[in-house]
Design a protein around this ligand. Structure first.
Ligand SMILES: O=C(O)CCC(=O)C(=O)O
Length: 271
């Protein structure tokens, strides 16, 4: 009788088992561009669990949430009492909502990659990101060009954020856009508005923004981006909501400045 041969690397199993770490080329891409994408990093069961936690959070918004109306970004409802005023933009404190978020930030394929970008000892702050970004079809807003580090306070501007797509992210549903290489550039204060968004009316900013690239993702794909990489996002013009899980990581030797918001919550030591 012929032996039964099982090929462990059929396309299906390969897709369900992402490589354990970034290739050297991926790491170079991150160093050059300030971002890199890992495809299909989150498995289906975990993605479904995080989606279920997202729907539970939206159905019972008694936990900490941010409404579109709170930020007043372009396109947001004018107040919480206006039509669409209770549209949630972020389910905050994701880590406290379901054990699946702990599983996600400790997933070996994720942790190995963050270590390649930040070094062997890493910490996951709970004061920043630690959320599910929710972008609803009818009442979403535009996020201007910004660096996440603008309101954060660490010894050095060295953190990497990890953006997990729970569903497809495309230009028409408000995916992120990034400007490659901006994490390595210096910007003087005159280029920003009072909220520290890049002023698109300035020629030098418009020239920079012209280099933008959309970050289109499939469910389970992950964007890793530097805290100094300029990014922005449009509205959700589709008929379906878009959900993304976002955490940030820092090297252990880059602690928050005492007394600041960055130091206001516990942090996770990643084993
Ligand atoms: O609107 C978006 O999806 C972008 C969100 C974002 O960049 C942020 O909150 O830092």
């Amino acid at each position: 009788m012929d032996a039964l041969l099982i090929d462990p690397q059929t396309p299906d199993t390969a897709a369900a088992s992402p490589a354990r770490e970034f290739s050297a080329e991926d790491v170079d891409t991150f160093r050059r561009d300030g971002y890199v994408i890992a495809r299909k990093l989150a498995g289906e069961a975990l993605r479904e669990r995080l989606l279920a936690a997202t729907f539970a959070g939206l159905a019972d918004p008694t936990g900490p949430v941010e409404y579109e109306a709170d930020l007043q970004y372009p396109g947001a409802p004018p107040s919480r009492s206006a039509p669409g005023g209770r549209t949630i933009r972020r389910l905050k404190q994701a880590h406290a909502r379901d054990f699946g978020f702990t599983e996600w930030v400790a997933q070996p394929e994720l942790v190995a990659r963050v270590r390649q970008l930040l070094g062997p000892d890493i910490v996951c702050p709970l004061a920043h990101h630690n959320c599910v970004m929710t972008k609803q079809p009818r009442f979403s807003s535009e996020t201007g060009w910004h660096q996440d580090i603008r309101y954060w306070s660490y010894q050095r501007p060295e953190l990497v954020s990890v953006w997990l797509a729970l569903g497809p992210e495309r230009i028409d549903n408000g995916c992120l856009w990034v400007i490659p290489g901006t994490h390595r550039m210096q910007f003087d204060a005159a280029r920003f508005d009072p909220e520290k968004f890049l002023r698109p009316d300035l020629t030098e900013n418009a020239e920079l923004i012209a280099q933008r690239r959309p970050v289109e993702l499939e469910a389970g794909d992950v964007l890793f981006f530097h805290c100094r990489t300029f990014h922005a996002a449009g509205r959700n013009e589709s008929d379906e909501p878009k959900f993304s899980v976002v955490f940030t990581f820092r090297p252990a030797d880059n602690p928050p400045v005492p007394g600041t918001r960055s130091a206001s919550l516990p942090e996770l030591l990643i084993p």
